[in-house]
Structure formats: C-alpha cells, structure tokens
Design a protein around this ligand. Structure first.
Ligand SMILES: [Zn+2]
Length: 100
C-alpha cells in the first residue's frame, strides 16, 4: 500500500504543535539550568581565584566597568573592555611581573 495522502486532522495538527511547544519548553528549561550552572561555576571560580590572589581587577577608563582578569600563565589579558569594547591599554597599569 502506498502512503495515504490523507491530510492531518486539525486535532492531529494541534497535537503536533503542542508536542513541539512542549519540546521547546523543555529545551528552554534545560538551557536555563545550564546557564545557571555555568554562572555558579563562574562565581566559584572567581571567588577561588580571588582567594588565591590570582585576579587582577581593572577599572575600564572609558566606562568604569569592573573587569576581573585571571592572572595566569597562558591566559592573555583582554585588550578591550568587554562592556564598552574600548581599548584598555591607554593607561597600562600593573601588568605581570613588576620588573623595575
Ligand atoms: Zn569599558
């Protein structure tokens, strides 16, 4: 038998749409949980780094946004403010290693 060409009933369309909406809700919920978890990890990491004195706090000269830089080998310091995107290097404060 060939596949029936019968159209979906309104009821079936409705069910299908409901299923899609339900899936979307589940995905949104999942994403929200993931984001919350990521934020939590971020906070833990930041506090840990502050405790270990591995954070350099920079105030953006343009927008006065507070930027936390982890001071670690292999991690490049941001050159631009994540908030206003302006260059941070205009007044280079303490960089790594105070050699003088
Ligand atoms: Zn800024």
């Amino acid at each position: 038998m060939t596949r029936s060409k019968q159209k979906m009933t309104m009821r079936q369309v409705e069910d299908a749409l409901n299923t899609i909406a339900e899936r979307q809700n589940q995905i949104a919920h999942l994403l929200q949980n993931l984001l919350q978890e990521a934020e939590k990890q971020n906070t833990i990491m930041l506090n840990l780094l502050i405790d270990l004195d591995k954070i350099e706090v920079i105030i953006c000269p343009s927008c006065e946004g507070v930027i936390n830089f982890p001071t670690m080998k292999g991690l490049e310091r941001d050159t631009h403010c994540p908030y206003c995107q302006k260059a941070l290097d205009s007044n280079q404060q303490t960089l790594f290693g105070e050699e003088e």
